[in-house]
Design a protein around this ligand. Structure first.
Ligand code: ATP
Ligand code: MG
Length: 757
């Protein structure tokens, strides 16, 4: 072929070039973070078009997240080779499957205008089926069934092909209900998320002609982030590329972080079997990060067993060491990061100035974002949350706040509608219409309409009992809100408890439920910095209004999962504490495998950073109004010391955390102790026993610390709500008390006083 200019090739190293120029047949590019896999993939697209192998609409390029798909489009647009009109079939697995399914919907009994159900719709449908099948939703929650069905769909199992080994699922009714669910979806001309892939795979498997049409059409298939494909996605790819075998997959086994969603690292190993003769290209030069950052990341990931293993190197300048800093608590951590960002914009410490767009904060769990959002709003720092709603927009937070709103303003009809049947109280559409009617007829609020309805016996059965209970609750909470003796924080806990809202999520078996519970705890925590519920609600409505979207210079906040494939000059990694990161849940549920996945997540996090990476942890976090002393993450111990600089937190603590608390241990020793965890932990433990007064802390927190040490077992005490009792257990600042009237209860120490006081 006549040599055409191919400027994109000049930007590649020999190994990348090899992968790009091997246009035909299967190619597997297996390489560590920042080695230019995605870059090579983009060059490959250009090369396919430039050499006339394929037209721009004959190339299929898939990745995982919407953010990553957008990033690919942006990168393609920036290449020194113009592809007019872009690449049409480039997107996430889901977005591509929607397009395919619309074209062939009739082959699976759907119409092309099918609707895609969200999680709520899906659940509502399953609940109907569960009820119709006479299954006790309390024992066998429909959410559990939803999780099982998702899992099966991720493995590309139709109701007919679910293996016999799964027969026991959902009390032996799983497969039967799965079949019914699929029938019902068809009747509704609807699909859920998992169906998008499953249906397309089914069509390809059952209609050879359709499959061949696409095999011919998509001459080349390219996959980014291949390590995270699940079985259904893998089958889909294998079918599509089965004819010409022009498939190029790029991935990194060390970055496989979606095991919980059914992704299989094994797909990488299977590739060479399914596509014999595949060209395997390894890239070892990292172009993203400084040597310190790279070596810190390598040090951590080395802790995993059974890796394919690879050595990364870089020839960039040494740069800054990875910075490590411990804070007193989570709020302090957020405050410090806010200040660091301001300082780094000015380019202090001899580091070049960073613009806000160059800075990202990557958290393990989305509830961690709240502290940053609140802090940044306070100091007017523009930020964006990527890959999910902002904290106060989340479903469970909006539900909980609807309860609070109703307690503060009983006329709030929208809040009433939102929670009247959440959790389920047997108040479906019919009952709700009755309430609306009663309210309109009497010219009163929905809440009063509901009261009238109950009094006039216009509603009966379970719904009536539950509605009456809700109304009683709202009355009671309203009175408590007016009482000077009960704090609004405790009131919030009472509302979420007594309304059954917390319990609803506790009984929920879907993978999202624990995260939602954590968010609720975080919400209660947020209340602590306000005088009362009303003040808090006002704060939130201001936050929600204050959407500075016109501004495009913003700090990015996102989860580690959402950050895959992205890069930022400066990255903050807060909350490196055992239990939070690595996540306790992940370790409890999946043991060593869970821990290894967490470690890969740490690797993903560190390798997002180009120039500056700052890891932090807090010695204390407040969980549900209760101080918890936190241990630094075990991943911190795994960071190679020579690539880490330990920072001393600002003067607040008299130099070095714990220095004041431990009677003057020098900063240097405190630093050393970070690496000598048992020592550090002992120091932590001691600082817990002897609380330091914190000039910057709010009043509550000081009281709390005192509360920890001020009660003794067996002491007779008084509680504002439950009266007199004897302490039978002390756990942090929670006390277990045997009340004379109310029986044994756990309460927050802050609300308890000595009986003789
Ligand atoms: P990840 O595993 O995190 O997805 P990756 O392997 O896909 O990383 P890229 O994002 O493609 O890596 O590249 C990382 C950075 O290195 C990008 O900024 C990219 O532009 C740059 N880069 C890649 N290859 C080269 C090269 N040959 N010369 C110069 N810069 C390069
Ligand atoms: Mg990439």
């Amino acid at each position: 072929m006549a040599a055409r200019p191919a400027p994109y090739l000049d930007e590649l190293n020999p190994a990348q070039r090899e992968a790009v120029e091997a246009l035909d047949g299967p190619v597997l590019m297996l390489a560590g973070a920042g080695t230019g896999k995605t870059k090579a993939l983009m060059a490959r697209i250009a090369h396919l078009i430039n050499t006339g192998r394929a037209r721009r609409d004959q190339i299929l390029a898939v990745t995982f997240t919407n953010k990553a798909a957008k990033e690919m489009q942006d990168r393609l647009a920036k290449m020194p080779y113009r592809i007019d009109g872009g690449v049409r079939w480039m997107g996430t697995f889901h977005s591509i499957c929607v397009k395919l399914l619309r074209r062939h919907a009739e082959l699976v009994g759907l119409k092309s205008n099918f609707t895609i159900l969200d999680k709520d719709d899906q659940l509502r449908l399953l609940k109907q089926l569960v009820a119709a099948a006479n299954i006790d939703d309390k024992r066998w929650p429909a959410r559990q069934l939803a999780g099982i069905i998702d899992h099966w769909k991720n493995r590309a199992w139709t109701p007919q092909s679910v293996p016999a080994g799964e027969a026991g699922a959902y009390n032996h009714r799983g497969t039967e209900l799965y079949a019914q669910y699929q029938v019902r979806l068809r009747e509704l001309n609807a699909v859920d998320f998992g169906d998008l892939l499953l249906h397309v795979v089914t069509i390809f498997q059952q209609h050879q002609d359709v499959l061949e049409q696409y095999q011919r059409w998509f001459r080349y298939v390219l996959v980014d982030e291949y390590q995270d494909t699940n079985v259904a996605q893998y089958l889909w790819l294998r079918l599509l590329a089965g004819g010409h075998k022009n498939i190029c997959c790029v991935g990194d086994d060390d970055q496989s972080i979606y095991g919980w969603r059914g992704a299989e690292v094994g797909n990488i190993l299977r590739f060479e079997k399914d596509f014999p003769g595949a060209k395997v290209v390894r890239l070892e030069q990292n172009y993203r990060s400084t040597p310190h950052i790279l070596k810190a990341a390598s040090g951590v990931i080395r802790g995993n067993e059974g890796r394919l293993g690879k050595d990364l190197w870089t020839d960039t300048e040494e740069g800054e060491k990875v910075r490590l800093i411990g804070h007193w608590d989570g709020e302090e951590e957020a405050r410090w990061i806010g200040e660091e960002i301001e300082a780094s914009q000015r380019g202090t410490r001899g580091i070049r100035p960073f613009s806000l767009n160059e800075i990202a904060i990557l958290v393990r769990a989305s509830h961690q974002m709240r502290a940053f959002e609140d802090r940044f709003l306070t100091i007017g720092m523009p930020y964006r949350v990527i890959g999910g709603p902002r904290f106060y927009e989340r479903l469970e937070i909006r539900d909980a706040m609807a309860y609070f709103r109703l307690v503060v303003s009983p006329d709030d009809g929208l809040a009433f509608e939102r929670i009247v049947n959440t959790p389920k109280r047997g108040l479906g559409d019919v009952a709700q219409q009755k309430i609306q009617k009663a309210a309109r007829a009497n010219g009163v609020s929905l809440l009063d309409g509901a009261r009238i309805l109950i009094e006039s016996k216009g509603i009966g059965g379970k719904g009536a009992v539950e509605l009456a209970r809700l109304l009683d609750g709202l009355d009671r909470w309203g009175r408590m809100a007016g009482s000077p003796e009960l704090s609004h924080v405790e009131l919030a806990e009472i509302i979420l408890d007594e309304s059954g809202y917390t319990e609803m999520w506790q009984n929920d078996k879907t993978p999202e439920a624990p995260g939602r519970l954590e968010n609720l705890k975080e919400l209660v925590k947020a209340l602590e910095s306000f005088e009362n519920l009303q003040g808090f609600l006002e704060h939130v409505s201001l936050i929600m209004d204050n959407d500075s979207d016109e501004q495009d210079e913003k700090v990015s906040i996102m989860t580690l999962h959402g950050a895959k494939g992205l890069e930022f000059p400066a990255v903050f990694l807060p909350g490196w504490e055992d239990g939070l990161f690595p996540s306790q849940r992940s370790m409890d549920e999946n043991g060593i495998k869970g821990l290894e996945e967490e470690r890969r997540l740490a690797y993903v996090g560190i390798t997002r950073a180009e120039e500056l990476c700052t890891i932090s942890f807090a010695g204390n976090r407040r969980v549900y109004g209760q101080w918890q002393s936190q241990m630094p993450s075990r991943f911190i111990d795994e960071l190679p010391q020579e690539h880490v600089e330990v920072l001393t937190p600002p003067g607040l603590y008299g130099g070095g955390y714990g220095a004041a608390a431990t009677g003057g241990i020098e900063t240097r020793a405190a630093e050393a102790n970070v690496y000598n965890s048992p020592g550090w932990r002992r120091m932590q433990a001691r600082s817990q026993q002897r609380p330091v007064s914190q000039p910057n802390k709010t009043k509550n927190q000081v009281i709390d610390l005192e509360a920890i040490s001020s009660h003794t077992m067996g002491e007779r005490v008084f509680h504002q709500k439950f009266g007199y009792g004897k302490i039978i257990g002390i756990e942090g600042d929670k006390l277990e008390i045997d009340f004379e009237k109310a029986g044994v209860k756990k309460v927050v120490a802050r609300f308890v006083s000595g009986a003789d006081d």
